[in-house]
Design a protein around this ligand. Structure first.
Ligand code: BMA
Length: 315
């Protein structure tokens, strides 16, 4: 199966643009989750002064969205724990009745991971930053692993980070993090410069399905695409399969042209039709948000057939 038949882009793309928020310059790289009565999201809104802010949003069908015009104000008892005006690239994971939001809470010491919990997307409780700077792209697993909260994250530098390895860590209480393990890093071609976790891993019988971004450095700048991996269910730092070929590469005008050209940044995924379909939401060229859908069975088969980890079969 060719990669272009795995994920099909929605014909109405992009689904969210800067028009959704009055002060927005661009809205991209955002977190969306399915709830009982529709969809909720936490959106990266780059405002017209280039503050990066997070805004909550709501949708009935996951396609037509209403975003709050005001940024989220997080609650915290400790003034040292606060959201900065360079907050971006959120992810959301649901565990029980609680939604865990992670994002890049950049401060004077560099990009840093922020953590908050919410039950209603109106009140957000901010926790201690789980990891010190410099770090980006943290996402929480949707269940505990061996009795502990677990994350994937990507240490970085203070700039545009010409490297990127994905690491695993776990915690008994969301405050103290350890058991650090290397998961995977750059490995040739479209993912030769850096890699980073996208949506929270999805549990499947074949392993944790991780959709991730890979970056290569062309003579005209970074190019971001999407691939997939399957990780061991109980030891998720063990890679079972990982795509040698990309799944989605910037091809449409809205992916190629924007504030940062040639970016597909996968950041959230929902399961549709009883888990038969994976809907991927991704940031496009640091400007807007689009979606694409794949049959779960095709995605799992393709990830295994196009993997580094075993010879590819022609089907
Ligand atoms: C993310 C962020 C963005 C950047 C992007 C590409 O990690 O750092 O600001 O432009 O990658 O979408």
């Amino acid at each position: 199966m060719a990669n272009e038949t795995v994920f099909k882009r929605y014909e109405g793309n992009p689904i969210i643009t800067a028009k959704a928020v009055p002060r927005a310059n661009s809205i991209h790289n955002s977190a969306i989750v399915k709830v009982a009565d529709g969809y909720r999201g936490v959106f990266r809104v780059d405002e017209i002064d280039m503050d990066y802010t997070l805004h909550a949003g709501y949708s009935k069908d996951g396609i037509h969205w209403q975003l709050e015009p005001e940024r989220i104000r997080m609650q915290s008892d400790d003034p040292e724990v606060h959201m900065t005006d360079q907050s971006y690239d959120p992810r959301i994971t649901q565990l029980g009745d609680t939604f865990y939001v992670t994002w890049c809470n950049s401060n004077a010491n560099g990009p840093c991971i922020g953590l908050a919990t919410t039950k209603d997307f109106k009140t957000f409780k901010q926790w201690e930053n789980p990891l010190p700077p410099a770090n980006r792209n943290c996402v929480i697993f949707p269940r505990k692993i061996n009795g502990k909260y677990a994350i994937l994250h990507r240490p970085s530098d203070r700039g545009h980070t010409p490297f990127g390895d994905i690491y695993y860590a776990e915690s008994p209480d969301l405050v103290h993090w350890g058991h650090h393990r290397f998961v995977f890093g750059p490995r040739g071609g479209w993912q030769s410069m850096k890699t980073g976790p996208g949506p929270h891993p999805i549990e499947t019988p074949e392993g944790w399905l991780l959709i991730y971004h890979g970056v290569w450095c062309s003579c005209n700048g970074y190019i971001y695409s999407a691939g997939a991996a399957l990780l061991d269910l109980e030891r998720p730092w063990k890679v079972l399969y990982r795509t040698k070929d990309y799944l989605l590469y910037p091809a449409e005008a809205y992916e190629r042209v924007g504030d940062v050209p040639n970016v597909i940044f996968p950041s959230s995924a929902t399961l549709e039709q009883g888990g038969k379909v994976v809907r991927l939401y991704y940031g496009c060229a640091d400007t807007c948000i689009s979606m694409a859908e794949a049959q779960m069975s095709d995605l799992l088969a393709w990830t295994q057939e196009h993997s580094f980890e075993r010879p590819r079969r022609s089907t």
